[in-house]
Design a protein around this ligand. Structure first.
Ligand code: SAM
Length: 293
């Protein structure tokens, strides 16, 4: 497996997501923002705060829903590494009649200096949905902690390694010893975009554009703890079997399920893809900027 250095990897990631931003496919991501009940709940959760930031806004489904649904959000900061994703979000939000001030920031959430330009101790609630698998998670979570007000909350989803370890066991793009998925893409191959690296697949070499990192429950707890965030709640997001079947029969994500995978779907009765984590920046801590009143 050959891979470029970190800065070049960020450029590949930006190009990868820029290329997806215009996709009209409902299945561009296996994201809970596509589940009606979940996105309504997450939007209502954000709506309880005055100053909200969302990292990795994608095509803006959650952002648009949150500001349209809530009267209470005064500012909404949309953060993404991809200019095209930010533009897709801006376009989705532009017809909305809202009083919220919406700002857009193109930056890498793992870049501490860039995050500082947004301000420390600033946001009441932050969200990072379907993003943690793509980033330097410890740096990203530590930056989020610094941007949150003391006592402020983060809602993040983390792709559940217990599920992926079993489901992708026989797939040569998945390394169950590390919980990493080497993501290839016919669409990006056809566009001729530079890949992150090449991996052996059968007798050929296959380009990959992302390396997604998945976490077990224990690893997730350790990660948040190491970043100085206290987990308040953690539940499992389960996609209906019909939903994942539709994604995996869509043109860009087609896979032929093995009989072992079919049995797992039957056993699980759904696809338990991710952890839904709410975590708090402790009210007192070494980086608290304002005294407790
Ligand atoms: C899998 S998509 C999820 C989008 C959306 N939250 C959803 O659930 O549909 C990941 C998003 O995170 C953004 N992203 C990836 N790496 C990032 C980074 N290092 N900093 C900020 N955003 C990043 C991507 O551009 C993309 O919009």
């Amino acid at each position: 497996m050959n891979r470029p250095p970190a800065r070049a990897a960020i450029e590949v990631m930006r190009g990868y997501y820029d290329a997806i931003a215009g996709s009209r496919s409902m299945f561009a991501f296996l994201s809970p923002v596509r589940l009606h009940g979940w996105v309504a709940d997450a939007a209502a959760w954000a709506g309880q705060a005055a100053h909200v930031a969302e990292i990795g806004v994608g095509q803006g489904e959650l952002a648009a829903r949150a500001v349209a649904q809530s009267q209470g959000i005064q500012t909404y900061d949309a953060i993404d590494i991809s200019a095209a994703m930010l533009e897709a979000t801006r376009q989705r939000m532009s017809p909305l009649r809202i009083s919220t001030t919406v700002r857009f920031h193109q930056l890498d959430i793992a870049d501490t200096a860039a995050c500082r330009t947004l301000g420390l101790d600033r946001f009441t609630r932050m969200m990072a949905i379907n993003v943690i698998q793509d980033v330097d998670a410890i740096s990203a979570l530590a930056n989020i902690r610094r941007m949150l007000q003391p006592g402020g909350l983060l809602r993040a989803t983390v792709i559940r390694r217990e599920t992926q370890d079993r489901f992708w066991l026989d797939d040569d793009a998945y390394d169950s010893t590390t919980g990493q998925l080497y993501t290839s893409s016919t669409m990006h191959d056809l566009l001729g975009l530079p890949p992150l690296g090449l991996r052996h697949s059968g007798h050929a070499e296959k380009a990959f554009y992302r390396v997604q990192q998945f976490y077990t429950e224990v690893e997730t707890r350790e990660l948040f703890n190491a970043a100085g965030l206290t987990i308040v709640s953690m539940s499992v997001i389960e996609f209906p079997v019909e939903f994942v079947r539709q994604r995996w029969s869509s043109s860009l994500h087609r896979i032929a399920l093995t009989s072992r995978q079919e049995s797992l779907l039957e056993e699980w009765g759904g696809y338990p893809d991710a952890y839904d984590v709410v975590a708090m920046r402790p009210r007192v801590g070494p980086e608290r900027a304002t005294p407790v009143g």
